[in-house]
Write a protein that binds this ligand. Structure first.
Ligand SMILES: *[C@@H]1O[C@H](CO)[C@@H](O)[C@H](O)[C@H]1NC(C)=O
Ligand SMILES: *[C@@H]1O[C@H](CO)[C@@H](O)[C@H](O)[C@H]1NC(C)=O
Ligand SMILES: *[C@@H]1O[C@H](CO)[C@@H](O)[C@H](O)[C@H]1NC(C)=O
Ligand SMILES: *[C@@H]1O[C@H](CO)[C@@H](O)[C@H](O)[C@H]1NC(C)=O
Ligand SMILES: *[C@@H]1O[C@H](CO)[C@@H](O)[C@H](O)[C@H]1NC(C)=O
Length: 436
């Protein structure tokens, strides 16, 4: 146990270094030092106590282990207090199909329900002065004593798309879904859970054309330079987990846990893969799919990870329904229909092609990843129309566009599981948890 713990710490130290070299902001240097110093201390904690010699060997080992454990716990809590923020279904509270987390911004703080997105890096929110942001809550920068517009000389200004410096302030444009968004690059204190993060860099939205702007903004949990992971590296060590409640749940019963402490130990794990061309995304290696007990026939290229084409499988909190590339989806769907039985009529509803108007008994579906089989119960597989009479398989074929090579494990398939993103150890953990 001691051995595996120290090799784990060692690994996280190595990857903290690679994160530092992979991206440039000077701000990271100091946080990196803090985290590596702490971890080096952790490796040298087992000091013999004076009274130890009178104990038996077994007692001593037991005491050392438990003292070590307490010491490690103490040290890790110094760096990372238990930190957890409630999550709700956005469908219920902000009319977005995604999940939202409460974020306090500015001094004194203003509360926003920001969408959580594991496939985006940046954070952005509607700000005072925005044209086209609608009439909902926004962040009023004039009311915050800690708010700053960042200048063009700041390193972060080089990390945003289409930046423009005509006024001396770093402003930039980007698209999100069908929206074209104009934003200032800004910083202020943000607080998730209990830890204030001063000088957090985000986009303060000044203009929007289109319908995809998320009402109260977005917080990116991807792993690129401007993400929460990077900006809180010293505090949360690129480790977080969430439990997403059923999207019909009206209450904030889910949670976003930040930092390595109080993460599940009994999770199943699969390695995270990295694609340098899509560096924010969390790729995992899907190697097969079972419907009931049968492994369906899927051509290897439909699942294969390729850094050059971007193909493979990602896990994503912002997509609602799992999308599989067509040959994979067709194989799963055909077997699913077969298992439900030929006595039932299959109908279509919206984007779903496998729906039933009678009560069915659905087979389970198992996603087989390297080192982890994830069997999903009916709750994660079936969607019931609000009228109540139609039930659909809640997956679809990936749309035929540039992204058609990507399989996406979406949020409906993650509900009521704790999903752990352990970036330092390059692994994704999944454990069943009821948070609905
Ligand atoms: C955004 O920047 C412009 C200058 O480019 C400034 O006039 C405006 O007040 C800024 N908006 C906010 C919310 O600070
Ligand atoms: C950014 O958007 C603003 C307003 O929507 C527009 O006036 C400006 O030309 C755009 N700038 C770039 C570089 O696209
Ligand atoms: C959700 O919140 C409402 C209103 O606060 C409460 O009446 C209800 O019991 C809660 N439901 C659950 C499942 O906690
Ligand atoms: C399926 O649809 C056909 C044609 O509409 C109908 O005759 C048949 O009774 C339906 N079967 C079931 C099991 O509902
Ligand atoms: C996943 O299931 C397959 C097929 O049933 C099995 O061969 C494999 O060993 C399982 N993998 C794990 C990690 O349990």
């Amino acid at each position: 146990m001691e051995h595996s713990l120290s090799s784990l710490l060692f690994l996280s130290l190595i990857s903290a270094c690679s994160i530092l070299f992979a991206s440039s902001p000077a701000a990271q240097a100091s946080s990196h030092v803090a985290s590596s110093t702490l971890q080096l201390q952790v490796l040298h904690v087992a000091k013999p106590a004076p009274h130890e010699s009178v104990l038996t060997w077994e007692d001593r080992m037991l005491q050392t282990l438990s003292a070590d454990h307490d010491r490690l716990q103490f040290l890790s809590n110094l760096a990372v207090k238990k930190s957890s923020a409630p999550i709700a279904s956005g469908r219920q509270v902000t009319q977005n199909p995604t999940y939202v987390v409460k974020v306090n911004v500015g001094t004194p703080s203003q509360s926003l329900l920001m969408a959580m997105d594991t496939s985006n890096d940046a954070a952005w929110m509607p700000c005072n002065g925005c044209v086209g942001c609608g009439s909902g809550p926004l962040f009023d920068s004039l009311e915050s004593t800690t708010y700053k517009n960042l200048g063009c000389q700041e390193a972060q200004c080089k990390q945003v798309p289409n930046s423009n410096c005509a006024t001396g302030t770093c402003v930039f444009n980007f698209t999100y879904g069908s929206s074209s968004i104009a934003s200032n690059l800004s910083s202020d204190t943000i607080t998730l859970a209990n830890d204030p993060i001063p000088g957090y860099t985000f986009g303060c939205i000044q203009g929007n054309v289109g319908n995809s702007l998320l009402a109260q903004g977005l917080i990116g949990l991807g792993r690129g330079p401007l993400s929460l992971l990077t900006q809180t590296q010293s505090l949360y060590q690129s480790t977080f987990s969430y439990c997403l409640p059923n999207f019909k749940s009206p209450n904030f019963t889910g949670s976003l846990r930040l930092g390595p402490s109080s993460q599940p130990r009994l999770a199943k794990f699969t390695p995270l893969l990295k694609n340098p061309r899509r560096s924010s995304l969390y790729y995992i290696n899907l190697i097969g799919i079972k419907v009931g007990r049968k492994t369906v026939e899927i051509p290897a290229e439909a699942l294969a990870f390729s850094a050059s084409t971007g193909s493979g499988t990602i896990i994503d909190s912002g997509t609602v329904f799992t999308r599989l590339v067509e040959p994979a989806y067709n194989a799963v769907r055909d077997e699913f229909r077969k298992r439900v039985g030929s006595g039932f009529n299959v109908t279509a509803l919206g984007g779903f092609d496998t729906c039933y108007t009678e009560a069915i008994v659905a087979p389970s579906i198992t996603f087989m990843f390297t080192g982890m089989n994830l069997t999903l119960p009916a709750e994660n597989l079936l969607i019931h129309s609000t009228a109540g009479s139609t039930t659909c398989l809640a997956m679809a074929a990936a749309p035929m566009n540039v992204n058609s090579v990507l399989n996406v494990i979406a949020n409906m398939q993650q509900q009521n599981h704790r999903i752990l993103f352990d970036v330092p150890n390059s692994r994704l953990g999944v454990a069943r948890e009821f948070c609905t």
